[in-house]
Design a protein around this ligand. Sequence first.
Ligand code: OAD
Length: 233
Amino acid sequence: MAHPLIEQAKRIAVLSGAGISAESGIATFRGKDGLWKNYRPEELATPQAFDRNPELVWEWYAMRLNIVLSAKPNQAHYLLANLEKEKDLTLVTQNVDRLHHRAGSANVLELHGNISHSRCLQCGHLSLLEKDFSYPPLCKVCGGRTRPNVVWFGETLPISVFQKSIQAFESCDLALIIGTSAVVEPAASLARLAKNKGAKVIEINPQTTSLSHLSDLSIRAGAAKGLQELLNN
Ligand code: OAD
């Protein structure tokens, strides 16, 4: 049997972060081996950085896309995809790696976009990027300059994705927070929103975070083991 909080839940909203993909071999951002230890966000993940040196920014995204395309979803991604078949579940992810989609999740909201597409700066067309693509890629429709289809520091989130995420967390009776340090806003506030509306909150993370104190259940484990424990799978 799954944990009573799962059994009783009618509507589940999940927020996932880089930690859920750590067991697929994709580096997280913060922490000992985090990406931001080796790279400076302001040189790579801001509109100013892209204006200054688009080649460098594209090189970084091409490198990360190659890693992501060689990686496979792990059991945590699959367990969430299965749970969606049994429950009314909305999965909000800060991850740009598309591993939730590849594991079979359908109701996914990508808060920070994804790195598998480029976005045309002229016509807005999204083009799928392939492994080892040559950069900077041009728009497949109008030939215009493109940028990675992600949200950078200092940019606003895609409005309709964010609104749907708020709706999911305001209307859920269980918020499941997995593998996020909960330091980047407004993503981290979604859990508080759910809590304020009376939802139960479960956190799965090997470390404590700023959301731990408001969680009804904190599972101090990796995402796959923690979800197995919760779902008794
Ligand atoms: P972080 O790198 O900030 O945090 C990763 C979290 O995962 C930490 O709290 C770890 O303790 C936890 N963790 C590590 N291994 C884990 C495992 N096996 N299972 C579960 N949890 C594990 O990543 P995010 O919170 O996702 O934004 O970062 C948020 C945003 O900051 C990212 O989307 C990105 C970054 O800058 C943008 O690029 C806009």
